[in-house]
Design a protein around this ligand. Structure first.
Ligand code: ATP
Ligand code: LTN
Length: 342
């Protein structure tokens, strides 16, 4: 018995799997970002080695006002902490603080094909939206995203469903590079929630809820006041059937059911039971109240955190130092393999 205990004590703990994800400070965070991605970031922290960043280099692929970008970046950092991202448990920083992201991105862009980048739906959507600024960075955005992930040898990447295509390209780039130079990168898996993986616009439920939408009624911001949230849900587009059920052709109601399910933990059947015989008005009020209940404690913590911006900067600096150490190992290896003088 004594022997067994000793062996157990000495057993080497299994290496924790590594997680990487990022979010752009391209506007204010929406309920879609939270339910589709950030809740998973938080949930994964205890079990895995997590590395999270604000993707401010990605954000400049769309024209940004410098002062606003900086402010949005710090605010987003605070909002993520308020949402449960814990800098004590994970490595948390701003992408621009670790130059290896840009360095690896360049190398990987030479292993990413024009045709592959041309097929990215995000590129197509964003170039349609910003026809006056279809810049090279917008096109090579996925090479930078691949660099973010591969730099840390991440096993899993928690994202919303809209990022699945970028993740697939990341895997292709990693496999291509490994094929040429031998095992260099871990090939990552996407980690996507079952409910609310793609929260849709409240005004056009065929489009995803996006923080850069020009119509503010189409999204719920994490920092929206309770009265605003209730108002936005009341004006959400539904259908004329007046029956709360999840079905094809009922995109508006399906979206509200997804949101309600993600906020209450109820499944679709339970939601249908709760609202049988009731109108859409009652349902929309319940969805609004469930969302307010989720967001209120986050908003309180967020306001508190924003009082000390110096502390937030210090946290990011500390995170960036830890991230740089991990990143250095990969970028050194890549430069050596490719034959670049260091
Ligand atoms: P933009 O509107 O500027 O393109 P975005 O909100 O689409 O920004 P990010 O801020 O980079 O993009 O997204 C951060 C995370 O939130 C990603 O994992 C993304 O998949 C997820 N996400 C974005 N929109 C939604 C949505 N409507 N539903 C679910 N998840 C989403
Ligand atoms: N492209 C992502 C944001 C992003 C990201 C990443 C997500 C940038 N780098 C690395 C996961 C891993 C988006 O959601 N628009």
């Amino acid at each position: 018995m004594e022997n067994i205990e000793k062996i157990e004590e000495k057993a080497v703990p299994e290496k924790k799997k590594r997680i990487f994800s990022a979010i752009q400070p391209s506007g204010q965070m929406t309920l879609g970002n939270y339910l589709g991605a950030i809740r998973n970031w938080v949930a994964l922290q205890d079990e895995f080695e997590c590395i999270y960043a604000t993707a401010n280099l990605h954000a400049i692929t769309v024209r940004q006002d410098p002062k606003k970008l900086k402010e949005n970046t710090t605010n987003l950092f605070a909002l993520l902490i308020a949402s449960g991202v814990d800098p004590e448990k994970c490595v948390f920083f701003h992408q621009s603080q670790v130059p290896a992201h840009a360095e690896l991105s360049w190398v990987l862009s030479t292993y990413t094909q024009f045709g592959e980048l041309s097929r990215m739906t995000q590129f197509k959507d964003k170039s349609a939206k910003h026809a006056d600024n279809i810049n090279a960075g917008l096109f090579t955005y996925p090479s930078l995203m691949a660099a973010d992930i591969l730099l840390y040898q991440a096993d899993m990447v928690p994202v919303g469903a809209d990022q699945k295509q970028h993740l697939e390209l990341t895997r292709t780039i990693a496999e291509r590079f490994n094929g040429v130079y031998g095992n260099t990168f871990v090939v990552p898996e996407p980690y996507i929630t079952k409910t609310a993986a793609r929260v849709m616009s409240l005004l056009d439920p065929s489009k995803k809820m996006s923080k850069s939408d020009t119509n503010t009624k189409s999204f719920i911001l994490m920092v929206d006041e309770p009265a605003t949230i209730m108002k936005k849900f009341r004006s959400a587009v539904t259908d004329s059937e007046a029956s709360v059920r999840y079905a094809e052709g009922k995109d508006g109601i399906n979206n509200l059911m997804e949101i309600y399910s993600a906020c209450t933990g109820l499944n679709f059947e339970q939601i249908e039971d709760e609202f049988r015989g009731k109108g859409y008005g009652d349902f929309k009020t319940a969805v609004g109240e469930a969302v307010v209940a989720q967001l209120e404690p986050i908003q309180v913590r967020y306001k508190e955190l924003l009082k000390d911006k110096k502390y937030l900067d210090e946290l990011a600096q500390k995170g960036a130092e830890s991230a740089s150490k991990i990143a250095k190992r990969t970028i050194d290896k890549v430069y050596r393999k490719v034959g670049l003088v260091r």
